[in-house]
Design a protein around this ligand. Sequence first.
Ligand code: PLP
Length: 424
Amino acid sequence: MLNPDVKTIIDAVEGSQELFKYSLPMIASENITSPIARQVLCSDLGHRYAEGQVGHRFYQGCGFVDVIEGKAVELSKEIFNAPHANVQPISGVNCNIAAFFALTNPGDNIMALAVPCGGHISHAKYSAAGICGLKVHTHPYDYDTMNINVDKMINDIRRIKPKVVVFGASLFLFPHPVKEAREVCDEVGASIVYDGAHVLGLIAGGEFQDPLKEGADVLTGSTHKTFPGPQGGMILCKEKYAAEIDEAVFPGTVSNFHLHHKAALAITLAEMKQFGKDYARQIVKNAQALGAYMDDMGFNVLCKDLGYTKSHQVAVDVSKIGGGSVIAQDLERANIIANKNLFPWDDVHTTDNPSGLRLGTQELTRLGMKEPEMKEVARFIKRVAIDKEEPEKVKKDVVLFKSQYQTVKYCFDGEGAYEFFKLR
Ligand SMILES: *Cc1c(COP(=O)(O)O)cnc(C)c1O
């Protein structure tokens, strides 16, 4: 007999696993790791400490960790074509705190995107930027292109003289003007931090912009969004900032860096070296196809003129058909997991039912779906959101459809997307 508390927990773990086995996972910040990456996530490494750098640890017993972290660093530098990599941050927010800690002093000005325009909370004063005592100025933003207004941005950088200009976003359809900012940043002595949390896997596959090549000084990112690895973070930077970044990570903002996650990261980096190009290309093709199919079916998909998206995300204005909260909840009842999203024209403080629905194709792609499947997915969403069919009825068809996509692709051991261990 299982202890009742343990039973409650195990039941919920199994429940969550079953839910995702039979649903369409379309949260743009999630992904699925390969079976071998998951095995190392369950290994003894998750019980260990290895403070310090490769070859310079504060504890004994770190010889194997040195091999693993060394491999992760080597593969990161190669894949991102980066002079320096630090794989120790345990999340994307951790990366941003470390980057700000390394490059700024309390009281400095920075520029970043406002949250309703897609900026992440960690760019705002109530999170990482605030922890570092920074004054945040928001980028000028154009609604019709869903992007930063370049001319106004250049003027603002000249006027504000920020210490850091932040690019990158959580609602992120098109590349940001990094190239366009480089010269004026040099003029005023600003460095550029590119927050690639969402698009790290696309950058790895050469599909989105290449921030370091375009002039960013530091690239931060989560390792579990389009990058299909374990939850965690990594920082890539120019050699000039290597020492500051390393120190801002350890001892600055990380002690234990969750060694099992780093082993899984190293494995995912090896997968991305081999399969990343094909994977990233298919993600974007799928997002563009999904946008086009949904548009054809009557949805108000943003940025039609621009081809809907150049990333893994599709943004749909559902304000006229119920609103983001209502639609996301209805979709959940049909086993389609997505999230409501603020759009720039929404009022942050008054709306709990914003205009937007954000959809990501990275995990469906990882499970082997291509353009024809995107048409099916668009149809399911339409049946719930436009036709207002009973979601539970649509769910039956979603479950049947999803049953065909039960293996992880773009990895070395693509079996069993959901049957990777036995809980009891
Ligand atoms: C998700 C996200 C983060 C935070 O990453 P975590 O790994 O969840 O801490 C940071 N920046 C942006 C732009 C994000 O979308």
